[in-house]
Design a protein around this ligand. Structure first.
Ligand code: BJW
Ligand code: ZN
Length: 249
């Protein structure tokens, strides 16, 4: 893996780093990505499951799909990419993790300053009275969508579906950290879902050095990335961390 003098220089001197992560960072934990050969959506169109209308039309189906994914997530463990980020957080002054993932693995790895743009699959709320419920409240209930204990409304996962707004306070924090960043790592995302993908362009506009880490090229590789490091996140990130440790001694 070739790392440029530019990136080495930033790794030596930077204080503020952002990681924008997507499903690819959790792939080595055994959590399927969305798109691509082995993706969750290989046999579905995303709109069939990941939007509110689909949920209202067939809440049991959508709920069961999330219960199935929760089982996978709960059995999964953070991998060396998530753990490397904890290492970056020890080495650099200000490290933020902006994630599109709902799997909670960053937090379980001990990452701090995690901004979840698309929610968290372990959480739920009632679509009518907004009462919040944990995953554990329903873990035994595998069949069909549960009902709110307060008002009888349908319970939905606390994730952001297509056509829904991202949590505004979290997105604003993500924009601020992005604009201040000196290195902006984009890890394991296909870069097609907005507004999350737009953050990489914002980073670049504000002078950050954009580094893409992915097993494959994406739209970013040919547009916004200053440097593309092809490889598995769980292999590439520990290498960059160890280089940064040497450079900052
Ligand atoms: C590895 C690896 C390894 C594998 N190491 N790498 C037209 C243009 C622009 C925007 C729009 C448009 N039409 C509509 C929109 C807006 C829409 C959008 O972006 N659509 C595009 C898809 C066209 N966006 C929205 O609707 C968002 N809201 C919004 O815009 O609000 C404003 C609004 C309000 C009202 C009306 C209209 C607008 C919301 C987006 C919500 C996305 N939600 C999901 C589901 C979450 C819940 C769940 O988990 O079920 O979030 S969709 C899904 O995609 C999920 C992900 O977070 C997101 C991104 O996917 P990600 O992470 O990139 O995964 P993959 O699978 O795509 O890629 C994996 C990558 O990893 C690949 O590149 C691999 O190569 C790589 N990889 N192994 C490193 N080991
Ligand atoms: Zn309710």
């Amino acid at each position: 893996m070739q790392i440029s003098a530019n990136l080495k220089n930033r790794l030596k001197n930077a204080d503020k780093i952002v990681f924008l992560t997507g499903a690819g960072i959790s792939a080595e934990s055994g959590i399927p990505t969305f798109r691509g050969e082995n993706g969750l959506w290989k046999n579905f169109r995303p709109e069939e499951l990941a939007n509110f209308n689909a949920f209202i039309k067939n809440p049991d189906l959508v709920w069961e799909w999330y219960q199935y994914r929760r089982e996978i997530v709960r059995k999964a463990k953070p991998n060396s990419a998530h753990l490397a980020i904890t290492g970056f957080q020890k080495l650099f002054k200000d490290v933020t993790v902006i994630t599109q993932n709902v799997d909670n693995l960053h937090t379980r790895a001990g990452n701090e300053n995690v901004l979840e743009l698309h929610g968290n699959i372990e959480k739920n709320y009632c679509i009518d009275c907004k009462q919040r419920y944990d995953f554990t409240d329903f873990s035994e209930n595998k069949k069909g969508v549960p009902r709110c204990k307060k008002c009888g409304g349908i319970i939905r996962p606390d994730v952001v579906w297509f056509g829904e707004s991202l949590p505004q306070d979290i997105f604003r924090k993500a924009e601020n950290k992005t604009m201040q960043s000196e290195i902006f790592f984009v890890v394991g995302t296909s870069a097609v879902v907005y507004p999350a993908a737009g953050l990489a362009y914002l980073a670049k506009d504000y002078g950050s050095y954009v580094v893409e880490i992915n097993i494959d090229t994406t739209d970013f590789s040919y547009s916004v990335a200053d440097e593309v490091l092809l490889g598995k996140a769980g292999e590439v990130l520990p290498k960059i961390l160890s280089l940064a440790e040497t450079l900052r001694k």
